[in-house]
Ligand binder design. Sequence first.
Ligand code: SF4
Ligand code: SF4
Length: 106
Amino acid sequence: MEKEMVRITSCNVTDCTYNKHNACHTLAITVGGPNDPCPSCDTYLHTSQKGGILDLQGGVGACKVESCAMNKSFECSAPSVTIGKHMSHPDCMTFKPKSGASKKTV
Ligand code: SF4
Ligand code: SF4
């Protein structure tokens, strides 16, 4: 069976190029990075103009946050995710640590 993309139900990072009305409008984000201590949205972009496709609800492409209980083979298996501002960067708020794991990526 073909796997459906995990949707981003909301994102409050309104200064991101892909954000309009607290929604993400790029096809697929990447979450996490090799040296990233948080489950950050790696697709975040800040420019003077808005981008993305307004008719489109963003989804999760790859997720490198192996320490998340929802991560299976570096893909997200959550029903949906929300992205929000943590300190000054965008994080996946649906992150849930695997038992015994910290908030660290691979
Ligand atoms: S999910 Fe990421 S790319 Fe999408 S609007 Fe939020 S910060 Fe930007
Ligand atoms: S819920 Fe977990 S696996 Fe899914 S995108 Fe967020 S950090 Fe990655």
